[in-house]
Write a protein that binds this ligand. Structure first.
Ligand SMILES: Cc1cc2nc3c(=O)[nH]c(=O)nc-3n(C[C@H](O)[C@H](O)[C@H](O)COP(=O)(O)OP(=O)(O)OC[C@H]3O[C@@H](n4cnc5c(N)ncnc54)[C@H](O)[C@@H]3O)c2cc1C
Ligand code: FES
Ligand code: FES
Length: 494
């Protein structure tokens, strides 16, 4: 139970300290900035986290280090900003008021035409400029996956980012660097470990003090909506006009952000964002790097969490198929009681997960891969970047000394109402020789495992054919066949 309580949140907005109380649980940062604060440099394009016009930076203390990340203000709830530093485009110029390195490079390289996307692009590139002194073109493209520009085109913008990197961030040329020590002091003092309860006419927002407090609060209010990164829940509000109160915010809880990698495997707390997980995840499972960089755009990866992806239970979420193929387990908590189950058992039916009232996802554990295991994951979507999967496939196979399949786990998203294992295909492979003929039989067995739906992402026929072809692709890759399509050459080489 929390020792101290507050009925307001406190955070920094550019160079001002803000205290806010009485706001609605679904008030978005974008609406607050534009309507209440008249900071209209931050734009609204899609209001669903796709276009990046609303990008701002949020700085937060992480293990004693102040780190700024780009986020989508349109789907970020104001309540989640307690003890953070929100930086809008109005605060990204130099301390002397001149254009920042990024802004000047955008001018010099003609990176803007109509200008609607430009504040968001400047914010995204500012985050990269602060974090990475030598970004490659791949880094820049990854940073811009969540920023759509429909008139300039990306080549001048990428050139501007390359040029900006030639200026090193310093106290003379950047307000955030200049105020760094002071901001650390302020944010550290703001994080007082209190439970925050915000009452409003439209319902209550809770910020638990820690994970034990979350457990107590959720048990007491099992009908509340848990909100972590809000990259799913934000759209319930902006697109579906759903009422979500009461809300329990969990994105600030360090106790849900555990990342532990050892010889047994990888544990990720439910509140670990895609960005925070990337290092340990790619080190444990390098085969997941490409998938990871194709989940949302950078802003979504900075906000979205593993726990949110699992708890949401979408059949087209990208983390369940590889985690199920890896034989991962999920740990749930209700009050003081915990239970751990295979992740595949958590998904009961479309929109239905094995989660009791008041029970939340605490962590997920993926066992280490054997050195000789073949493992791969593939995402098929209409657009390469910033798109939801039409289907996602994961394969894990080990062979014995005679080349027979000793173990096999295959899981798909987008092929059924839940992420689901391909048990008939697995049965067709187990104990058989790992050859074209047996893999072809297993390929046919996928038609027993799944009866996919047609929707606007893909037809049932396309899904089945793609799933079958991915199985062949996986087989060819295990034989060393060069079936991967490489990135286009860098601009400089083209
Ligand atoms: C533009 C855009 C692109 C996207 N692209 C992808 C993509 O490529 N692949 C993909 O898989 N997803 C994608 N998503 C969906 C989303 O980003 C992910 O599902 C993300 O992991 C959700 O995490 P979150 O923390 O934002 O969840 P939230 O939105 O905060 O919550 C989602 C659900 O989980 C529940 N919840 C959250 N944490 C817990 C917990 N610890 N215990 C119990 N319940 C909890 C919430 O109550 C809610 O039901 C995209 C979303 C957007 C907006
Ligand atoms: S307005 Fe498009 S991502 Fe926020
Ligand atoms: S400059 Fe017009 S959308 Fe990018």
């Amino acid at each position: 139970m929390a020792e101290t309580h507050r009925s307001f949140i406190r955070f920094l907005l550019n160079d001002q300290t803000i205290e806010l109380a009485g706001f609605a649980p679904d008030l978005t940062l974008l609406d607050w900035l534009r309507i209440d604060r008249r900071l209209t440099g931050t734009k609204e394009g899609c209001a669903e986290g796709d276009c990046g016009a609303c990008t701002v930076l949020v700085g937060r203390m992480d293990n004693g280090v102040l780190t700024y990340e780009s986020v989508n203000a349109c789907i970020r709830f104001v309540g989640s900003l307690d003890a953070t530093h929100v930086v809008t485009v109005e605060h990204m110029n130099r301390p002397d008021g001149a254009l920042s390195a990024v802004q000047q490079a955008m001018v010099d390289h003609h990176g803007s035409q109509c200008g609607f996307c430009t504040p968001g692009i400047v914010a995204s590139l500012h985050a990269l400029w602060l974090a990475d002194p030598e970004p490659t073109e791949a880094d820049i493209e990854r940073q811009l996956q969540g920023n759509l520009c429909r008139c300039t085109g990306y080549e001048p913008i990428v050139k501007a980012a390359v040029a900006a990197a030639k200026t090193i961030p310093s106290e003379d040329n950047d307000r955030l660097v200049k105020a760094y020590a002071e901001t650390v002091e302020t944010l550290t003092a703001l994080a007082d470990g209190a439970r925050v309860t915000i009452e409003s006419e439209r319902g209550t927002t809770y910020l638990p003090a820690d994970v034990d407090d979350l457990a107590a609060l959720y048990e007491a209010h099992p009908g509340a909506t848990i909100v972590a990164g809000s990259t799913d829940v934000g759209l319930w509000v902006t697109k579906h006009l759903r009422e979500i109160a009461p809300v329990i915010l969990v994105g600030h809880l360090d106790g849900l952000k555990e990342i532990a990698l050892d010889e047994d495997g990888l544990t990720l707390g439910a509140g670990v964002s895609y960005t925070a997980a990337r290092g340990a995840l790619v080190s444990a499972f390098p085969q997941m790097a490409e998938l990871w960089d194709r989940i949302g755009g950078e802003q979504v990866r900075n906000m979205g969490t593993i726990g949110g992806n699992i708890a949401n239970g979408s059949p087209i979420g990208d983390t369940p198929p590889p985690l199920i193929a890896l034989d991962a387990t999920v740990t749930l908590r209700k009050g003081k009681e915990r239970r751990t189950m295979p992740l595949e058992a958590f998904f009961l039916d479309y929109g239905k997960q094995d989660r009791r009232p008041g029970e939340f996802v605490e962590s997920v554990f993926a066992p280490a891969l054997a050195d000789d295991a073949f493992f791969a994951v593939y995402k098929i979507s209409k657009r390469r970047d910033e798109d939801i999967s039409a289907l996602c496939a994961a394969f894990r196979v080990t062979l014995d000394s005679e080349g027979l399949v000793a173990s096999v786990r295959i899981a798909f998203g987008g092929m059924a109402g839940t992420p689901k294992r391909a048990k008939a295909a697995e049965a067709a492979l187990l104990g058989q020789a790992w050859t074209w003929d047996t893999v072809s039989q297993a390929r046919e067995a996928l038609a027993t495992d799944y009866q996919p739906l047609s929707d606007w992402r893909a037809s049932a026929e396309y899904r089945m054919l793609s799933a079958q072809n991915l199985m062949i692709r996986f087989f060819l890759e295990t034989c060393g066949a060069p079936v991967r399509i490489e990135r286009r050459p860098a601009l400089a080489e083209a």
